[in-house]
Design a binder for this molecule. Structure first.
Ligand code: UTP
Length: 295
């Protein structure tokens, strides 16, 4: 019988050092793009893919993420009393009642592979999604993860979302070498974590969206420290590829690297230009800024 992806893992226990001092006490995933925290975009993308169990791998300074998915009684009473029905609706729609949230503590930030391994007791023997909220993907329609679950329904094998990056940037990503493509997907022949440009097998980079078969857990259990001294998900996937096919999927949409300052600013500008209540005024402001000679 075909298996379905119903669980998503959100590894959010990283230290977020690229965004210090903003992330000293506040989780990187709670930084807003226009009016929503990054975390909420990621959970909405999972929900749009039909996923109903959200598993957060959290660490120190991440309590705001849990608070965001708690019912805010005082705020709701206050909004009701003030007749702010639209905002009340917005607040209540953050977590529909059919969605479950599970929070697991990663006691030490040992790396993304270790964070994913922490989800094992809840994921069990099922395929699951991994979404890194600081990679925001805007595709204007169904969402990147829904594109991936559609492919999983057909192929039933692990899938990594990939995109071409500037060859000088390979040292920031897991990089794959692939075989012949069929439409938007291709078999992965090789995966390497953060290779320098001169030794990178391609410029096809893995972004923060994965669907993994549960066999990955036995691999991660034995994965040692790799690049940067961390337990790398990439190394676990390389091990999995010895037993099973893993596919690279070139998704539709634009990815914003919101874990870096420039990507975060670009996402705010571009999503601001899409925001129904803001786009006209914001576009007018940007046009005025351009003619003012300030940029
Ligand atoms: P990053 O490489 O972006 O690291 O992790 P980071 O700590 O979040 O940010 P910088 O580089 O210091 O600015 C990729 C993803 O893996 C998670 C992070 O939360 C992020 O979603 N992660 C990383 C963990 O959950 N645990 C870890 O031990 C490491």
């Amino acid at each position: 019988m075909n298996k379905k992806v119903t669980k998503a893992v959100f590894p959010v226990a990283g230290l977020g050092t690229r965004f210090l001092p903003a992330t000293k006490a506040v989780a990187k995933e709670m930084l807003p793009i226009v009016d929503k925290p990054l975390m909420q975009y990621a959970v909405e993308e999972a929900m749009a893919a039909g996923i109903d169990t959200m598993i957060f791998i959290t660490g120190r300074s991440k309590n705001a993420i849990m608070d965001h998915y708690d019912k805010a009684y005082e705020m709701e009473v206050e909004l009701e009393a003030r007749g702010k029905d639209e905002l009340l609706k917005v607040l209540r729609s953050i977590l529909p009642s059919h969605i479950s949230c599970v929070f697991i503590r990663q006691p030490e930030a040992l790396g993304l592979g270790h964070a994913v391994y922490c989800a094992r007791p809840v994921v069990g023997d099922e395929p699951f999604a991994v979404i890194l909220p600081d990679d925001l993907v805007e595709d204007g329609t169904r969402g990147c993860m829904a594109q991936m679950t559609a492919l999983y329904a057909e192929k039933q094998c692990s899938i990594l979302a990939v995109e071409r990056v500037d060859p000088s940037q390979t040292g920031s990503y897991g990089i794959v070498k692939t075989g012949e493509a069929t439409g938007s997907y291709s078999p992965i022949d090789l995966i390497v974590e953060k290779p320098k440009p001169e030794v990178a097998p391609s410029n096809l980079a893995v972004i923060g969206r994965y669907i993994l078969n549960p066999a990955i857990f036995d691999k991660l259990k034995h994965t040692g420290r790799g690049a940067g001294g961390e337990i790398q998900l990439t190394d676990g996937i390389a091990d999995l590829m010895k037993d099973e096919q893993v596919l690279a999927f070139e998704f539709e949409g634009t990815r914003y690297d919101c874990g870096a300052k420039l990507g975060f600013l670009v996402a705010n500008v571009e999503l601001g230009l899409l925001h129904p209540g803001l786009k006209d005024e914001f576009a007018a402001y940007l046009k005025a800024l351009a003619v003012s000679g300030k940029i």
